[in-house]
Design a protein around this ligand. Structure first.
Ligand code: SAM
Length: 250
């Protein structure tokens, strides 16, 4: 495929993943709303049918990061920790496949049963967190694999890590990463993923945090981790909640 065809494919992929085509509404924290293009663009809603709650702005940014990884030969696989229906991970697989990248795996880590109950003794910032009580956030492994399959993207380039992050991520057989996408909402989920994965991120690789603006506890986990490890690369914002930094090139 030439660049023009790749761009056309990726644009259509985003339109499908975001439900910009059929435009079903949303059920955010149990509140039903008709399709709202602004909310979808910014990923502010919990869509009824879309395969990702990440909005257009964050998918566009994810595409740019992946293109940079490919063009600059930043070594390593990519991972999303917190995949829900799979949409952002499906998109990553689509970008890699369209670019005929054969050696990079997309890792998809999730409990596939929603968020954990807060462990406020170990992670006080999560006290009172109610994400675990939202049944909309629990999507099974079967359903996520079926979603990959519907896009023709369930293949050897995708590996699933089912289970709680603290059980799966430290032991995952991942050697190197070029991009880490964290979308686990809570302090624990963000902290555990950073501790398990950041050392594997190549210089020039991207660390993306979906909930940096939306969830105070997530933001605190990122700030605590950066302070503990003396990370000085500036955090840049993607939209109202998404943020990222690029690991310094050696
Ligand atoms: C907001 S959703 C992710 C949205 C998704 N990235 C998308 O493209 O729409 C959060 C996901 O993180 C998972 N999750 C959060 N904390 C977790 C943990 N500690 N261990 C395993 N899964 C976790 C939940 O099961 C849920 O699927």
């Amino acid at each position: 495929m030439n660049d023009y065809s790749i761009n056309l494919y990726l644009d259509l992929l985003k339109r499908c993943l975001l439900d910009e085509i059929y435009r079903d509404g949303s059920i955010t924290h149990g509140v039903e709303e008709p399709y709202n293009p602004a909310a979808r663009a910014e990923g502010r809603d919990w869509p009824r049918s879309a395969h990702t709650m990440v909005g257009r702005l964050r998918l566009d940014h994810l595409e740019k990061c992946l293109q940079s990884v490919l063009e600059e030969n930043i070594a390593g696989d990519v991972i999303e920790a917190g995949v829900w229906r799979g949409g952002a991970a499906i998109f990553m697989r689509g970008v890699l496949k369209a670019n005929q990248s054969i050696d990079r795996v997309v890792w998809a880590a999730d409990s596939f049963q929603g968020l954990p109950e807060p462990d406020s003794e170990r992670f006080p910032a999560d006290a009172g967190d109610r994400h675990h009580a939202a049944p909309e956030l629990a999507v099974s492994l079967d359903e996520v694999q079926s979603n990959f399959e519907r896009y023709g993207l369930l293949d050897n380039g995708v590996r699933f890590l089912p289970g709680w992050f603290h059980e799966t991520l430290p032991e995952a057989p991942i050697k190197k990463l070029s991009l880490i996408r964290l979308d686990g909402d809570m302090y624990e989920s963000t902290w555990v993923a950073l501790e398990a994965l950041y050392d594997k991120l190549s210089p020039g690789g991207y660390l993306i945090v979906d909930d940096y603006g939306a969830v105070r506890a997530c933001r605190k986990a990122v700030e605590d981790f950066r302070a503990k490890h003396g990370i000085e690369e500036p955090i840049e914002t993607i939209d109202w909640t998404g943020a990222f930094w690029r690991k310094r090139l050696a």
